[in-house]
Design a protein around this ligand. Sequence first.
Ligand SMILES: [Mn+2]
Length: 303
Amino acid sequence: MPDRLRFLASKPRAIPSAIVFGAPLDLTESFRRGAGLAPPRIREVSDSIESYSPALDADLEDINLVDWGDVPLDGLDLPGSLSEVETWAQRAAGEAPFLILGGEHTISLGAIEGLMKRYSNLVVVQIDAHLDLIDSFAGLSVSHATAFRRVVEYIGAESLVQLGVRSGTRDEFALAKTCLHSSPDLSLPPAIRRRLSGAPIYLSIDIDVLDPSCAPGTGNPEPGGHSFHTLVSFLYGLRGLNVVGMDIVEVSPPLDPSDITAAAAAKLARELILLFGRRVAIEKPSDPCLLHSGTRPLAKFKP
Ligand SMILES: [Mn+2]
């Protein structure tokens, strides 16, 4: 039987140092759908990039990345879908830092609810073109446009950081002022950085934070965005923070010429996993002395 599609260099079974799974939710997109097709497409495209990150001098082959596949959402309504995502996130959090491949942005709500059961002091860092703070959108109180209004109600505005945001209503921007931090830039003032260094963090990346020229395949492209280089450089600066869960959402393969956006998501996923996955290989080395024999012993543990 052919192996099912897995993310680059992931293993079907292992004690994980990082977990990836898909949440192909696509129920509330307001403008253009397709985000539900992203998890398999990002996995396919991940095969086109190297497992080694030159910027981090680290390789996915040297850690136990486990791909759990996709949360089964077929036939479920929105509350049922978010409940499934919550269950998977809660289970993953008990094992290793995890990355969810969306899906529409609403999935973050399920993941955050799952993490809050474990980390009541969770801080959420939302990297997004849009504030997503509307109270109700198209008659829905829970949707991709309202997700972070519900997050604010759940964790408190003082626990939400928004970065890259450049679109929203006047009322949303007024509410954003009450957040721990909200900025169109991808940078953290020193005081906010210090606050983050003491907390478990959920990092949610809406791919539309990138400029549409480097991420055209998304439901609501917003001009005036960041370059891939700016985004990934900012993420490198978060190294050392206790990021316990992450997502990359709103990639829409039917809108994605030449897989530009899926490739950006796949490369971001690799860097995030290498940045925030556990650094220690779980498998026992055949020679315990190898543990102390060099600066990069993990490569020697490869089966
Ligand atoms: Mn967005």
